[in-house]
Structure formats: C-alpha cells, structure tokens
Design a protein around this ligand. Structure first.
Ligand SMILES: [Zn+2]
Length: 585
C-alpha cells in the first residue's frame, strides 16, 4: 500500500471524531438529523483546526446514501466519491485563487441546475474573505434566493473581512484552537495506531510546535514518524526540525544573571556546531523571557508554560533574579532581535550581539524611581530616626553595640533588589542608593566582633557626601565601629587602602564634625589600617550576617525588623546569591 499522509489517513469520518469542536459538530449533527439545515454556513476560526474537515463531513452527511443519525456512513459510493473529490455535486473552491466575480457567476449558473447525481449540491468555499467585492455581490444574489437543495459552506480565518450582508445570511460557527490535552491526546492515539512510542517529552514539544492546530500537529507528527525508529523523544523532534533543546534557555538565563557574556556566546557556538537552528533559538529566547515573566508574576501560571516540570522549577528559581520591568523590557528587545535575526544575512552575528546585550542589560528599576521610592520610605522614618542611623535604619535608635540587623543589611538588601540592578549600584549617586556600610568593631579584628552595627553610619556618609564627596567616598570603604561612651568612632581600612586613609586624614576635622553632629556628642575619629586578610575575613562574616542569601533568611530578618520589611516590599528586594557576593562590593 502506498504511503498515505497521516492527516489524510486519520481524517475524521464522523462528527464525533472531530477533536475539540463539539460545540459546532453537536449542533450540526442535530440539525442534520432533524433535516433542519440552513442554506449557508460560515465556519470561522484559526487555520488548521477543522473547518473544511467539518464542511466536508457535512457535505457527505447531506448526500450519504445511508446517513446514520446525522453522521455520514463514510463507506457508500457517495461518501467515498466525496472523500476522493470526484463527486460532481460537491464542489470545493479556494477563494484565494478564485476571487473574481466571473468565478462566482459561474458558480451561480451551476447552482441553478438540479444536482446531477445525488440529492443536494454543496459548494465549499475556503478562505471566503478573499473574494472581491463584485464576487461577494454575485454571491449575495444567490444567497438571497437560494435554489432548493443547494448549500454553501464558507470557511474563513478572517470573518471580519466578510460583508455584513453575507454574514447575515449565514449561520455562523466559530472554531477554536485545540487545547494541549486535546491535541496531545489525538497525536498520542495516532502514534499508537502507527505503532510508534511517543514519549512525554517528544509529545510536549510536538504539541507546543503545533500551537493548537490539528493540521500542523499531524503534519509535524507525520514528518517525525517518517524519520524515527519506533520511539519519538524530545531529541527526535529537536533533530527532525532543527530545533533547540529547551535546556539551552535555562543555561542562557544563567549567563544573563551572572552577566557572563562569554558563557552566552559559547551557547551560540554550541548551537552552531550541533546544527541547531539559530533562528529557532532566537525565537525561543522570546518565549523564554515570557516564561520567566509568567513565573515571576505568579508561580501558579506554570501551567501556561510548555516545559518539563524540572525546567519550570529551574526557571522559577531564575525568575527571582529579574524584576517584572526587566522581563517586559527583555521580551520587547528579544522580539525585535528575533525579527532582525530572522531577516539578516548574518544571523549568527546578530544573535551574538543580542545575547551580549542581554548580559549587559541594566535593570529597569529606573534610578529616578528608586530614589523616589527611597524618599517615600525615608519620609516614613520616625522623627528620631537621626539616631537610628540612615534612611534605611529601623525607626528606633539602636544601641551602638547591639547586634541587631543594622543599616548595613538594609542598605544591602535595597541594592540587592535584583542582581540585574547592578547599574543601580554603580551608577546611582551614592547618596541616593548608599553603599551598605560594613559595620564592625575593628579593634579585635580577628576577634569576630562582626555583626555589631553602627546605626547612623549610612546617614553620616550621606551627610558627608553633600559637603565632602571625595572624603565620603573614601570613608565608606572602611569598616566603622562606634564607642559612644568614649566618644570614639574607629574606621578600619584594608592595608591597600592607604591612599584613602590619607585622604580622610586630610579632612579629619570635617569628618569629626559631621560625626559629632550625627551621633549627638563629641566624637573623635580614629583611622586604622588592618591586614587585608583580617579585614576581608571580618567583612565576609558581616556580609553573611547582614545580607541573607536565601529567601528564608530574608523572611526571618524581615520579621525581626519592620523597617527592613517595608524596604524589601517597596523595592521588591531579593536575597543575593552566594556566588554574586564577590561582585558586589
Ligand atoms: Zn455514506
């Protein structure tokens, strides 16, 4: 037996076999069974979801010699002739290539004669919206007084282009795209009948490629069955269509989050060397950002993401690193890039450039917006906040040597609202997005006094920034420790920061004046140089304490500190990943 395309071989023979359009087929079969058919039907809906299939079924049902409760028998001479397209009274016209008035006049003349063999004459006009104005007028004349036993079935993807006069003379049925389950079920059934194992990964990919269209789905299945050896997996589908493995997008996201352009570029190399389609990859990038956005907005939306559960989980984790604004902007850019890559004669270069752009992407938390929100926050500060230390501080003043979470953590968390917001950290005026003060009592540097905080330190830096920006910038590199009883502020610097120490020393009286004002008593400032190792060790410890790495830690910290909670909420703050800590200095 010669090869038969799957779509043809498994074409529905009864209304029941039409998948996903029961709202149409049920009504039509009932009308058919009760002999209540209208003269003209309009079937509208997306391509490949069964409009002409249903039109043909109906044509068969009307003419079938042994019609069974509205369904055609599918085996009588008439049914088989219609299926083969050799039945003279059922005429299929493609309006896309027969748009003229003459075509319709011809049709009108035919309609005047009695059907030659069967009982009724059926005209199926596909893409009917393509008819010219004249043709529509000619058609209207027939529809106004339809001859007995003449039926018109129109199919269209664009019902809005059909004149109202025509529409009003048709019974209209809207076809819809198939759900994933419907399409998947149909494909799985067919694969079984063909003796092919279609595994879950392969099925999921095929279904997502078909985008709800049965015709596309079956044609894809056809191609992949032809090339497979008994089993269809994601790998089979990927290689059959030159697609891209979805795991690659998880890797791309990692590169973007790490701002690692080299890693992203290596992905392009691997695509190229394994013959995967650059075009498909560029298209996939758009979907990938869309998936991240869905998961960012609500993890419940995972059901709209067409990926294996483990990848959805990975994406969900990655989504935390982006803000909604980031993702909207990325979707927009990726869409434009795809167009460009698609048209380009040098798609690889275009793709590479786009990936570098994503890795260099700067967070869409606008700096002005950030400053605004910070301002709003500082407005909520308790009046005595001056003693509380900085615009991020808890409203209540904290004892200088208390080990509560101090401004260090809070400022840190603000900047860490998303690793994508690195620009906010580097480009923001320091006063607007203060660098977190690493706060520690430096004297027993090796003695693990980490975590002790200096409330007011950030505010002090802020104030100094306004009058002596260079000094403030140097001072903030140090680790402060405050002893109010002795009226002493000690700031420790790493060994290699000698220049900064000198700079601060040169203006020490201005620093002391600002400090005295800030802490409400006379304060002497002491600058000390520690060994690099010591300082770093202490810094690291503070970091761990003041900047939570997990959501759980952050939640705990928020529960203890309402000001922090408010800040995290306002700025959509997220914990910084361990591996990003070193980049954040
Ligand atoms: Zn029949």
């Amino acid at each position: 037996m010669s090869y038969q395309a799957i779509a043809r071989k498994y074409r529905p023979e009864t209304f029941d076999q039409v998948v996903g359009q029961t709202h149409v087929t049920g009504t039509l079969r009932a009308a058919m069974a009760r002999d209540k058919l209208s003269h003209a039907y309009l079937f509208s809906g997306p391509r490949g979801c069964g409009k002409t299939t249903v039109a043909r079924l109906l044509a068969k049902a009307i003419n079938c010699q042994t019609n069974r409760e509205g369904d055609p028998c599918g085996v009588c001479d008439t049914c088989t002739a219609i299926a083969k397209g050799s039945y003279l009274d059922v005429l299929e016209i493609d309006a896309a290539s027969n748009t003229g008035v003459d075509n319709i006049r011809e049709l009108r003349d035919m309609a005047q004669y009695s059907p030659s063999e069967g009982s009724s004459r059926v005209f199926i006009i596909d893409e009917v919206h393509m008819l010219s104005k004249g043709a529509f007028n000619a058609l209207l004349k027939i529809l106004e007084e339809p001859p007995n036993r003449v039926f018109f079935f129109f199919a269209t993807t664009e019902p809005n282009k059909i004149p109202r006069t025509i529409l009003s003379r048709c019974q209209r049925f809207d076809f819809r795209l198939l759900t994933r389950d419907e399409l998947g079920g149909r494909m799985q059934d067919i694969a079984k009948s063909e003796g092919v194992t279609l595994d879950e990964t392969g099925l999921r990919l095929l279904v997502s490629l078909a985008e709800g269209s049965v015709r596309d789905g079956l044609s894809l299945l056809d191609q992949v069955i032809a090339g497979c050896e008994g089993t269809i997996t994601e790998e089979t589908v990927v290689s059959a269509f030159g697609l891209v493995r979805s795991q690659l997008f998880v890797e791309l996201n990692e590169a973007i989050i790490a701002k690692d352009a080299a890693r992203a570029l290596r992905l392009v190399e691997s695509l190229s060397s394994t013959g995967q389609s650059l075009d498909a990859f560029a298209r996939g990038v758009v979907s990938n950002f869309r998936n991240l956005m869905l998961l960012k907005i609500d993890p419940e939306l995972a059901k709209m993401v067409d990926l294996p559960p483990e990848q959805i989980e990975q994406l969900g984790t990655q989504a935390v690193n982006f803000s909604e604004q980031d993702l909207l902007a990325l979707i927009d850019r990726a869409g434009q890039h795809f167009e460009r890559i698609h048209r380009s004669t040098q798609p690889r270069i275009m793709l590479e450039a786009s990936l570098v752009e994503y890795c260099r992407f700067e967070s869409r938390i606008l700096l002005s917006d950030l400053a605004h929100r910070l301002e709003a926050l500082s407005g909520n500060r308790a009046p005595d906040g001056g003693g509380g230390g900085g615009r991020f501080a808890a409203p209540a003043p904290v004892a200088p040597n208390s080990s509560a979470n101090g401004n260090g953590m809070q400022a840190r968390t603000a900047s860490a609202s998303s690793p994508m917001s690195a620009s906010a950290q580097t480009a923001a005026p320091r006063a607007a997005a203060p660098r977190p003060a690493a706060v520690v009592k430096p004297a027993p540097m090796a003695g693990r006094a980490a975590g002790e905080t200096v409330p007011g330190w950030t505010q002090l830096i802020d104030n100094l920034m306004a009058i002596k920006p260079a000094v403030a910038a140097c001072l903030m590199e140090g680790l402060p420790s405050l002893n109010l009883d002795e009226g002493r502020l000690t700031v420790a610097f790493e060994q290699d920061k000698q220049f900064k120490v000198k700079m601060v020393e040169g203006q020490i009286s201005a620093v002391e004046e600002a400090a005295s004002k800030q802490f409400g008593c006379s304060v002497k400032v002491e600058l000390v140089l520690g060994s690099q190792g010591q300082v770093r060790e202490v810094k690291e410890e503070i970091r761990k304490k003041v900047a939570p790495t997990t959501l759980e830690e952050l939640t705990k910290a928020c529960a203890k500190d309402p000001a922090l909670e408010k800040l995290v909420e306002t700025l959509d703050g997220k914990p910084l990943h361990e591996e990003d800590r070193d980049n954040w200095k």
